[in-house]
Design a protein around this ligand. Structure first.
Ligand SMILES: Nc1ncnc2c1ncn2[C@@H]1O[C@H](COP(=O)(O)OP(=O)(O)O)[C@@H](O)[C@H]1O
Ligand SMILES: [Mg+2]
Length: 181
């Protein structure tokens, strides 16, 4: 849900944890984990390095109309059933809807060359196969140089709004159609 993220580049450190009295804490609600500036705050850095964290190289998202975005792929066996593009304003750190990101329609995908979307689809399918599972929400980012990065796999993803795409219905149809041994 885009909670507990820290972004660091020279002269720009931001976190959506809270940092008071030398202690890192979490906001109460799942939503509204707003980012605070912690640039050059070495005490914060020392403290976060004592926690269980994952450190990733930052991906510069391909900038479209001054926004950042990522793609949530709903992958079922060897098919991507639905792609939910999520956007946020250009200085945002995360595109998660819980933290102010906006879900877009699949029309948004028309902004990209078809082969990039195909690459994302292939990566999504390979990701669930690598983890040996049959269904997941896979989060994919596209970089400025059009590389496709898988940033996360959710075995229990939130579902898109039914008005956008009825994912449960589609999965049930596919389960019914499958030839079970
Ligand atoms: N390496 C990265 N570089 C730039 N942005 C990232 C990176 N990893 C994640 N993000 C952004 O943060 C969001 C949340 O990260 P994600 O790994 O999906 O965790 P979760 O959704 O569980 O909080 C992503 O959807 C993306 O918008
Ligand atoms: Mg995610």
């Amino acid at each position: 849900m885009g909670k507990g993220m820290t972004y660091m580049e020279k002269g720009n450190w931001k976190t959506n944890f809270r940092f008071e009295g030398g202690k890192i804490t979490s906001p109460r609600s799942d939503h509204g984990w707003t980012f605070i500036d912690v640039t050059d705050n070495v005490e914060f850095l020392k403290e976060i390095l004592t926690k269980d964290i994952v450190i990733e190289e930052a991906i510069n998202t391909y900038k479209l109309d001054d926004i950042i975005f990522d793609l949530r792929l709903y992958v079922f066996y060897d098919e991507v059933l639905h792609i939910l593009p999520r956007t946020n304003e250009k200085n945002a750190i995360t595109a998660n809807i819980s933290q102010g990101g906006q879900g877009r329609s699949t029309r948004f995908l028309k902004k990209f060359p078809k082969n990039i979307i195909n690459k994302a689809v292939t990566s999504g399918i390979r990701t669930i196969k690598a983890m040996d599972i049959n269904f997941a929400g896979v989060d994919v980012m596209i970089s400025t140089d059009f590389k496709v990065y898988v940033v996360e796999l959710n075995a229990f993803p939130g579902f898109p709004k039914v008005s956008r795409f009825n994912l449960s219905k589609r999965i049930i149809q596919l389960i019914e159609d499958r030839k079970w041994n």
